[in-house]
Design a binder for this molecule. Sequence first.
Ligand code: HEC
Length: 167
Amino acid sequence: MWKKCMRTLTVAGLVVASSSLFVSAAGKDVQSQIDGIMGALPKFAVPMREVGDRFQNMYFAAEGGNWALASYMSRYMNKAMNPAKITKPNAYPDWESFYADDFAAVNKAIAAEDLSTFKKEYKAVISSCNSCHSGMGYDFIKVVKLPAPPDKFIEYNLSSKAADVPK
Ligand code: HEC
């Protein structure tokens, strides 16, 4: 009886020990997979290219009276930065406050479909884009306003209302 008990306990112990080994090996595996996914997610440089394009497109949309497109460009310019919430958690809040505060006047002008205020605020916010670049050590990345939209595959001259963008 005693022997049988010991044998059962030993087997049970081995099972527990090996399963905890298995769990920690699996844990390591999961961690390395997470690290792999994190490494593949964009940080700032990739989404900033989208920010740059949408920002430029927005101007021509507003100028063409396509206020829904201008509003849409602004919304997705902001959302383009979402991966940075997890890949750059320390720097993302700077973007968040830039969009909520510095960019608010541009968004307000879009909502009001007020072209002259939009143009004024748009040009003013470019210096805020660039001061964040300088502040983060990228003095050499200086946004300039383009004479034409970078994306030529959409119609900018189309009458629409800012509120027309689906939720
Ligand atoms: C929170 C700070 C911050 C703000 C605000 C910001 N940027 Fe950037 N931007 C960066 C950083 C940092 C980089 C460099 C990317 C890197 O090295 O990861 C960058 C790079 C860029 C690039 C170059 C991307 C490339 O690799 O080709 C463009 C274009 C750009 N930003 C446009 C803009 C525009 C337009 C605005 C304003 C609407 C803006 N940025 C606002 C931080 C910011």
